[in-house]
Write a new protein. Structure first.
Lengths: 194, 194
DNA sequence: AGGGTAACAGACTTATTGGTCTGTAACGAT
DNA sequence: ATCGTTACAGACCAATAAGTCTGTTACCCT
């Protein structure tokens, strides 16, 4: 049953939700329809289950966990994103940002699933904001920085660069992206630089 | 025939390529299968035609044309993006960035179509780079700015924010995004601020 | 007026989809 | 050993997909 979820997320990620049939998943596992519909009510309920467990875990592990218990928020965020992009780059068959892809796919089609997906984005963003705020009280970040705005900006730019990196020259894109981010961060990492 | 393309792009945008059937398009136009397959060989060829004409025109009109013949590149870009986001926001049924959605959908599924879509991105990016370079020679932008990198950053962040703006509070997101961009631009609009 | 072609109409085919339903193997409890 | 429940197998169904094919208009040309 857990293997169904794992394989399900894998195939949904590669081919998209609507473009992946239950049969595709079952074929890969050499299982039958009966097995699937014994554990899950429908394809939709199946995906929601996956989103709330596997997908959330994945995002948390990739983008939130690496931020915990570190000083110097800006550098921590920068390293986290850079490592993530490097992983995506080395993964010779990368399909973009899992969460971003699904948000894109379900937009305007399934509001319920959309809300679950956006919840995950919110969790990520809240973690970023919290980290940035802490950075301000700890004296790492200039007080005039808008934590909410910066978090929004980070999330959106990351989602975008992951979409762009599906083409060939992902190495250059990553370099440029990180470089620009570093430049931007420079303007706010010392409170004296106002 | 042109109406088929227009309606086709409209529905592909709203529901995605794979989730829009030829019948859906034809039903909306009260046309028959015969009409469609008289003009187009297949659904794929149909989309490619749309991408190269209608989709390209749309992107050009939205994001490239407003940049032409203006001084002060950074402000021009900022205004262009802000106006575009405002339009998306007022459009009470917005489905994200057309081009970005398709790139997301076809990634890993149809390399040929992908190449056509990425071509459009390239055109946009080249236009940005050219504008930034001109801005440097005209003295609007600091010489140490990496035009290529900045263009990459602009494209990716725009694609990301459009994906995020599909949820409710798009007004706030737009404001935060533009605000952050403005802050970033401040660091490079005077050559003396190195 | 008549012939020919461009521009469609729409029934039909084949493949695939999500989902149902009946059947059955394994297995612990009594 | 038997019973009953869990965990599947897989045939089956209705809906929908892209694409084909045989018509049938409408209209221009001569």
């Amino acid at each position: 049953m857990n293997s169904i979820q794992t394989t399900g997320l894998e195939l949904f990620y590669q081919n998209g939700y609507y473009n992946t049939s239950i049969d595709d998943i079952l074929k890969k596992l050499s299982l039958s329809k009966g097995a699937f519909y014994y554990h899950f009510q429908s394809k939709e309920e199946f995906f929601i289950t996956i989103a709330q467990t596997n997908l959330f875990r994945k995002v948390y592990h990739q983008l939130i966990a690496p931020l915990e218990g570190k000083e110097d928020p800006l550098n921590t965020i920068l390293n986290c994103l850079e490592n993530d992009l490097k992983r995506a780059e080395e993964n010779f068959l990368d399909y973009g940002f899992v969460l971003g892809n699904f948000i894109n796919e379900f937009n305007g089609k399934n509001p319920e699933i959309m809300s679950y997906l956006l919840d995950i984005v919110t969790v990520w963003k809240v973690n970023l904001v919290t980290l940035l705020q802490k950075g301000k009280t700890d004296g790492y970040i200039s007080r005039h920085v808008d934590s909410e705005g910066l978090a929004t900006y980070l999330v959106s730019s990351y989602m975008g660069i992951r979409t762009l990196m599906v083409e060939g020259n992902s190495k250059q894109l990553r370099y440029q992206y990180i470089q620009q981010l570093r430049q931007y961060f420079k303007t706010m990492d010392q409170p004296t630089s106002v």
